[in-house]
Design a protein. Structure first.
Length: 427
């Protein structure tokens, strides 16, 4: 599709769409809890709908009246064998987290997805889950989907030092540990998003967290809850960058979830010299807020270490931000970007360089030399929603020429109304 180019003065207010990570988990917890869970502001993006459909396939009654989703959970033992293989679409969160849930069932499940899912590494989840007594295997002796998960009602607890910083892996182990016979201990490599831990507590479970160490006893019974999903800071990120780099802009972003394990991008914008105001509106447990972003002069910085998991999904659009900053920005410790929906290190460097940026891909990140004007080009999202949205924001800077985006449809994975929302900001 042809992208909108050459904008100045983005102005207006956006109600940020609901958080993808929390939406997935609200269906999962609802399905394994006992009783009714109601979910308001569920993200109806392709990924979360894959999770919803997966649990329907596993026999859970889930109703959607267009506003509220109601999940009628009967506990983990209430799940029944799916009649056919479950399609997770493009969703890494679905396939990884559901593996931990299925580990405790007394049946086998097959999981498959699109061609990107068929390349996502799964040993990171299958190895610990198999250590707990389930039998998971990939396609043709590899670690890649389609996967078969043969569960067991007698899962063993695990003591696990995580080799990768991954909330998906941690969450899969937590779901299995909730069903195991005894106490599990998980030690994170770096602290990652903690929505699963929050929701274990919210659904009446017990979990002890001390820094990077998590202790959880199984088996536990959870109880259905009322969930209200806040806006996704990973979706807000595109407007935070647009508002910073498009001349003469001021954008207000409402209802953005501000869980501290997700707010690395706000720290980066501040360090680069961005004009950002945060007005907190949520309560202590569910931090949320209104963000106001204005155009500013930016400078290059170094981004690495513990902050990386707190902005991992925002790195493609942060790289774009850095193309408009004076000086060099170095992103390191971000090798996980290579195994996302696409290899995001290569995708960001290749596509933005086509538009005139000066970005060097490295083994664990990117080196971005700013400030560079951007020009028209033919670009692709590689079927990756976040690359697609980042390229539309980049296109807004293009003064002459056109930007043609291939595979724009991927954007509906996390933000179906992206183009409509952006449209509200044009003069
Ligand atoms: C997610 C965890 C992250 C993130 C993904 C969502 C989650 O993946 O990139 O978009 O909801 O747990 P990893 O666990 O692979 O880092």
């Amino acid at each position: 599709m042809e992208l909108v180019v050459n904008q100045i003065g983005l102005n207006g207010e956006i109600d940020i769409p609901s958080d993808k990570s929390i939406s997935h988990r609200s269906i999962m917890f609802g399905a394994i809890a006992n009783g009714k869970t109601t979910i308001k502001n569920f993200l109806r993006g392709d990924d979360c709908l894959s999770t919803l459909k997966a649990f329907q396939d596993l026999g859970v009654l889930i109703e959607d009246d267009g506003e509220t989703i109601t999940v009628h959970g009967k506990g983990i033992s209430g799940l029944t064998q799916a009649k056919k293989a479950i399609d997770v679409g493009n969703s890494g969160t679905t396939i990884r987290l559901i593996t931990g849930i299925l580990a405790g069932t007394d049946f086998s499940t097959e999981l498959f997805g699109d061609h990107s899912i068929a390349k996502r590494p799964m040993n990171r989840v299958m190895l610990p889950i198999n250590q707990m007594g389930a039998e998971c295997s990939g396609h043709d002796g590899t670690e890649f989907p389609p996967l078969t998960i043969k569960g067991t009602r007698t899962l063993k607890p695990i003591h696990y030092q995580m080799p990768v910083a991954s909330a998906q892996v941690k969450s899969a182990i937590l779901f299995a540990a909730l069903q195991a016979q005894g106490e599990s201990v998980i030690i994170e490599k770096e602290k990652t998003r903690d929505h699963t831990e929050d929701m274990i507590r919210q659904f009446g479970g017990e979990i002890a967290i001390s820094g990077k160490e998590i202790r959880i006893k199984g088996p536990q019974k959870l109880t259905g809850q009322e969930i209200n999903v806040p806006g996704d800071i990973s979706s807000a990120a595109f407007f935070l960058v647009a508002g910073s780099i498009i001349e003469n802009s001021r954008i207000i972003l409402n209802n953005v979830g501000l869980n501290p394990t997700r707010t690395g991008i706000l720290e980066v914008i501040e360090q680069m010299g961005g004009k950002l105001t945060v007005e907190e509106t949520g309560n202590k447990e569910n931090k949320a807020g209104k963000l106001i972003i204005e155009t500013s002069d930016l400078k290059g910085i170094e981004i690495g270490g513990e902050i990386i998991p707190r902005l991992i999904d925002e790195l493609p659009v942060i790289a774009l931000l850095a193309t408009q900053a004076q000086g060099t920005t170095i992103i390191r410790d971000a090798e996980e970007l290579k195994v996302k929906e696409t290899n995001r290190i290569d995708a960001v460097a290749t596509e933005l360089n086509k538009m005139g940026a000066s970005i060097e891909p490295t083994d664990d990140g990117l080196i971005i030399h700013g400030k560079t004007p951007l020009h028209g080009a033919k670009v692709t999202s590689y079927g990756d929603h976040r690359i697609g949205m980042m390229l539309q924001i980049a296109a807004l800077l293009v003064k002459s020429g056109t930007v043609e985006l291939e595979k724009a449809e991927a954007i509906s994975v996390s933000y179906p109304a992206f183009f409509d929302d952006l449209n509200k900001l044009y003069q």
